[in-house]
Each structure stands twice: as structure tokens, then as C-alpha cells.
Design a binder for this molecule. Sequence first.
Ligand code: HEM
Length: 240
Amino acid sequence: MPSATASPTQTKRGSSNPFIAFCQSSIGKKIIVGVTGVYLIVFITGHLLGNLEIYLGQDHVNAYAQFLQGLGPILWLERAILIAAVVIHIVVTIQLAAENRAARPQKYAHYNYQAAKPSSRTMIYSGLLVLCFVIYHLLQFTFMTTNPEYRHLEDHLHRHDVYRMMILGFQQPIISLFYAAAIFFLAAHLSHGFSSVVQTLGINNQKVSGFVSNGGRWFSWLIFAGYVSIPVSILIGLIK
Ligand code: HEM
């Protein structure tokens, strides 16, 4: 009979391989979610810094895009790691959520729901919304499936005109609104992710935990402001 009282830290199928045993343990899974999360944050920050070049003008953006394309195998390696990080982050998070639900005593179920912060309850939903956004975003700007006309945009140096592509995209209020909403959910997801790290690592020192939680919150909303500034600047005609 399966044990209903099994601790979440208990490994279900004990493995003699220490690495597999680590990946199957609850703490190992939390660390995997954290490490993949950190990788995704590094990508999101780097991507924002690259996108902010839009304020430096068409030439900077197009040169940067051409530089990235020119990286060839390195770009594909980065893309492969990125896809792996996203998949692992999602799969392991779902496993942890299922384990926690199974291990939670029935009588505390209602109490836990009450005590959990809204951001905690909606963590999975905000993550899934961000994933849907990224799929649309790739179809729009990377594969250009939603807007095949973007494929023919070229600047005076015959480079792909990524700058014009962004302007055309965000001049549509509905697209800009969709991006702003998605980036809001991304910031909420990141902000809560930092608080979770404090819990996972069991940081009891109030100064350190406050620094990580508050710093994470500031960082997340700074990311929000940076990304959202782009569609807003285009919509109000600051960048054209
Ligand atoms: C205002 C917000 C954003 C703008 C203007 C923007 C712009 C772009 C552009 C122009 C590309 C295509 C680059 C190229 O092929 O030359 C791109 C790719 C991409 N973007 Fe964004 N992006 C934004 C937000 C985001 C966010 C919030 C995420 C993640 C949560 C994201 C994830 C990606 C990914 C994964 C790619 C594919 C990268 C690759 O092909 O290697 N973007 N973005």
C-alpha cells in the first residue's frame, strides 16, 4: 500500500547512482528548479539589455542582431541549453507540486490554501502564461510565421531590419498590450521565485532573507519596467 505519510524529502525509488538519487530527492529537485531558474533569469536580463539597444537607434539593433546570428554554433548551443532549461524547469516544478500535494495532510489542506500568498498559488499559472507568450513571441519575431512580411525587411546595409520589425510589431496597440500583460506575469513569477529561493535554501537570517526577497522584488519590477518601456516608447512615438 502506498504510504500517504511519506515525507516530501524521501526518495520514492532509491537509486544506487548518487546523481540519480539526488535528482529524485525533493531537495535535489528544488535545487534543479533554482539553477534552471537562475539560467533563465540570466537569459532574460541579457535579452533585455540587447533589446534596450533600440534606444541607441536602428544601426545598433541591426548590428547586434547580425552579431548574434554570426555566432553560429555558439548561438545554437545557447538555444539548446535554453530549451533544456525551460523543459527541465517546468517538468521538475510539476513533479514537486504533485509530491507536495500528495504529502500534504488532508486536515491542513484548507489552512495551507488560506495561508499561501496569491503569487504562490498562481506561480504555475503565471509560468504557463509566460510560456504561451514565449511561443507566440518566437512565432512573431524569430520564425516570423505570424508576420511573414518581416522576413523581407532590410536596412541600407542589407541586414535584416530587426529595428523596423519591432517598430511595426509594437505600433499595433493590441500587440503592445499583450506584451505588457505577459511581462507583468513574468515579473510576478520572477518576484515570487526569489522568495521561494529563500525558503528552499532555508535562510533563517532575517537580513539575508530580506535582502534576497526585497532585492529580487526590485530586480523583477526593474525587468518589467525595462521591457515594457519598449512597446510604450513605440506607441507614444518616442521611437519611430
Ligand atoms: C519588449 C519585449 C521584447 C522584445 C522587444 C523582444 C525582442 C526580440 C527579438 C527582436 C527577437 C528575435 C531576435 C532575432 O532573431 O534577431 C527575440 C527573440 C527571443 N526572445 Fe524576445 N523580446 C522581448 C521580450 C522577451 C521576453 C520577456 C522573453 C522571455 C520571457 C523573450 C524571449 C525570447 C527568446 C527565447 C527569443 C529567441 C532567441 C533566439 O532565437 O536565440 N523575449 N526577442
